[in-house]
Write a protein that binds this ligand. Structure first.
Ligand code: KG4
Ligand code: ZN
Length: 362
């Protein structure tokens, strides 16, 4: 039997699995999701702010917070309606505590606090990264341990080894930009719309990745670290040597070559981690895992090497609340105590995780 602390009374009580509401507002998606007592997703509503930020070519923190504020109540109500539940059917609330934009996090966390207080429900804070990791098991609950998890998002490029008991070891990460950042900045240089990752993905399908080759940042052969800043500089120098007509004519090949240089390194490093850890299962999660070329390369490589691969369906790749509800549920099941006066943690980093994950040294 697991124990937890009631948000209202502070007393230790048993947490029996029951419907859980997840709330995510760390960046530019407002999302609410409901999982039933078995952890099955009943609803997962995502309201994107792409149109708000597109004119600025990136996320504007102040606008993100305001957009969350005007949307969150509607998103939570939609999640309840789609799940066929009332708020009184809920047994717990999980909310993203960090990392993320402070103003954006505050909106989700304060909304969750108010709801938890009003309904006397336990409230659990979730590390956004832990949410991405949990997404691997949302679609495939039988995915085995131990496994390697590659988290590739706008803010993270991290390789972990995950054990069955929840212990998580950081194997390597990026020394500079995250993979999603490399996609977004590259797209900006190519004059593509925000968000940049999906724009490069679409354009690259019309190009040839071998026509314009970019350097692969491998660092040392056995290294499990990443670096994408040199690639960005390389694109900048290429573009400087081209006039507007040449850029337009070669846009698809540039996008395909640039994308190839990012995904080859991700696939390469992920399989080095698999081999050197002696495990046979690999999960790739986070917004960049939606990339079609990355998914294709991972799938064929996993088949060749006999590795079991978890690639979450698109709805669980980019930011969503189902993954937050799932991670929160796991935390409650493993005995984590809810905290009534949760605070946002915008700068949460590996090694300083809230929630279930503690990153252990190798
Ligand atoms: O996980 P996520 O939604 O938010 C963060 O936690 O950062 O990831 C967002 C990142 C952005 O950098 C976005 O450009 C990238 O994921 N992304 C993609 C694709 N879809 C989203 N990158 C490459 N190809 C895609 N199809
Ligand atoms: Zn994310």
């Amino acid at each position: 039997m697991t124990t937890s602390l009631s948000a209202e009374t502070g007393h230790t009580t048993a947490w029996t699995p029951c419907p859980i509401l997840g709330i995510e507002s760390s960046c530019d998606e407002t999302s609410a999701a409901i999982l039933n007592h078995e952890g099955t997703v009943l609803s997962n509503i995502v309201s994107s702010q792409d149109s708000v930020h597109r004119p600025f070519g990136g996320v504007v923190p102040e606008l993100a917070a305001r957009a969350h504020l005007s949307t969150i109540d509607r998103v939570v109500r939609s999640a309840l309606t789609e799940a066929g539940l009332s708020r009184h059917d809920l047994g717990a609330i999980a909310v993203t505590q960090g990392p993320g934009l402070a103003g954006a996090l505050l909106v989700g966390l304060n909304y969750a606090k108010g709801l938890a207080y009003g309904l006397s429900l336990p409230l659990i804070g979730v590390n956004h990264l832990e949410g991405h990791i949990a997404s691997a098991w949302l679609a495939d609950p039988t995915f085995p341990f131990p496994c390697i998890v590659l988290v590739v998002s706008g803010g993270h490029t991290h390789l972990f080894r995950r054990e069955a008991d929840g212990r998580t070891f950081l194997l390597g990460c990026t020394r500079d930009d995250a993979a999603g950042e490399a996609f977004d900045k590259g797209a900006q240089m190519l004059g593509l719309d925000y968000p940049g990752g999906p724009a490069i993905d679409r354009l690259a399908r019309q190009g040839n990745p071998k026509t314009i080759r970019f350097p692969l940042s491998r660092l040392q052969k056995s290294s499990l670290e990443f670096s994408f800043s040199g690639l960005k500089t390389s694109l900048l120098y290429r573009l400087r040597g081209m006039d507007a007509a040449a850029r337009a004519a070669q846009a698809a090949d540039l996008a395909a070559g640039y994308q190839e240089a990012i995904v080859r390194v991700l696939v390469d490093r992920a399989f080095v981690a698999v081999r050197s850890s002696g495990v046979t299962a690999l999960a790739v999660v986070g917004g960049v895992s939606a990339n079609s070329r990355l998914r294709a390369l991972l799938t064929s490589r996993a088949r060749e090497e006999g590795v079991r691969l978890a690639l979450p369906p698109m709805a669980y790749c980019t930011d969503n609340a189902a993954m937050i509800a799932s991670a929160g549920r796991q935390s409650l099941l493993s005995g984590q105590r809810p905290v009534a006066d949760l605070e946002i943690l915008p700068s949460l980093r590996p090694g300083t995780y809230a929630g279930r994950t503690t990153v252990h040294a190798r």
